[in-house]
Design a protein around this ligand. Structure first.
Ligand code: 2DE
Ligand code: MG
Ligand code: MG
Ligand code: MG
Ligand code: MG
Length: 323
């Protein structure tokens, strides 16, 4: 499939990544062992490690620092999802029961803390202070993004700029940390480092807009839209666009109700349909494709290579994926 095509030039690097990731979580505490083995068996797409390895190879080579950075960031990502499911009171993760659903919030918080500490321990093994700074700052950004999102729920203002502030911090910052640490581990020049940071940020913005668009459609071919975000009081780019371009006062009223968490299922379905009828999905897709083009153009000066083709395919996959 497309992902295995993208991974093919870094298959051996990925094997080394997986081994180090598993070793980093080796522990003898029975409860920790049990929870971690649950987390490890639900396989993600490994979007972030793949990006670290591809960028390191584009700008130089994969070193021990690269692998430790990739492991460190995957651990931070994992920690943040364990905590996110507590914050969002979510019972599912990657199609399986979340840690808080199987155990409880206390276990989730402590296991998340353990993963965060292990993340910093792995960052230290990169032997690169700049990498440690990027990883630590990412922890701050993710937490800030979550807090911003939390305070925005009760805010009646509906703006694209707040939406972008949140997704830059909660998603794009992680992708940017992947590409920055990769560049640092490959001894990139300052110009290459900035190029890598922007490439990661644009890719992350595409990734989150796509994720948000998914929420307007059902998994099955036919059926009702899912609307999970709206149920959590979150209005994303498609709805923000449709609402802000409406002169119908009841639409704005409904939006405020959704943000306050007092909208009914029918009202949420109504807002999803309104968004679709009023170009919300087309608009968000257009914005996403603008970031996709900006990311692609950052690669323009690199000669054609297997790695460059994988990075282009990676970006295409982010915007075309079906889940
Ligand atoms: C996913 O967003 C959330 C990502 C960041 C979570 C960060 C937290 C604070 P969604 P989905 C909780 C930092 C945590 C640390 C430092 C351990 O929109 O739909 O909720 O995947 O995504 O639940
Ligand atoms: Mg969540
Ligand atoms: Mg969340
Ligand atoms: Mg989502
Ligand atoms: Mg999601």
């Amino acid at each position: 499939d497309r992902l295995s095509q993208i991974k093919s030039p870094i298959n051996t690097d990925l094997e080394q990544f997986k081994e180090l990731f598993h070793t980093s979580l080796d522990n003898s505490n029975p409860l920790l062992k049990e929870v971690l083995s649950h987390i490890k068996q639900r396989k993600g797409k490994m979007m972030r490690p793949i990006l670290v390895l591809l960028i390191a190879r584009l700008l130089g080579k994969v070193t021990s620092s690269t692998l430790h950075a990739a492991v460190s960031l995957e651990l931070l990502h994992t920690a943040s999802l364990v905590h996110d499911d507590v914050v969002d009171e979510s019972s599912e993760r990657r199609g399986q029961a979340s840690v808080n659903a199987i155990y409880n919030n206390k276990v989730s918080i402590l296991v998340g803390d353990y993963l965060l500490a292990t993340c910093l321990y792995q960052a230290a093994f990169s032997n690169n202070n700049e990498i440690i700074k990027v990883v630590s700052q990412l922890g701050q950004d993710l937490s800030e993004g979550e807090l911003l999102q939390l305070s925005n729920v009760s805010n009646t203002e509906i703006s694209e700029s707040v939406y972008f502030d949140v997704i830059r911090k909660k998603t794009a910052a992680l992708f940017a940390a992947c590409t920055q640490t990769a560049a640092l581990s490959a001894d990139a020049t300052p110009e290459q480092l900035e190029m890598a940071r922007l490439f990661g940020e644009y890719t992350g913005i595409c990734f989150q807009i796509k994720d948000d668009i998914f929420d307007y459609f059902d998994d099955r071919e036919v059926g009702k839209p899912t609307g999970n975000d709206m149920r959590e009081g979150k209005l994303t780019l498609p709805a923000i666009h449709a609402i802000n371009h409406s002169d119908d006062f009841s639409v704005k009223e409904m939006a405020v109700k959704i943000k306050a968490g007092t909208a009914t299922v029918e009202e949420i379905t109504g807002m999803i349909n309104y968004t679709k009828k009023n170009m919300g999905i087309e608009y968000a897709t257009q914005v996403m494709m603008d970031y996709h083009s900006k990311a692609i153009s950052l690669l323009a000066d690199f000669p054609d290579s297997e790695i460059k083709r994988s990075l282009v395919d990676y970006l295409d996959y982010v915007v075309d994926r079906k889940k």
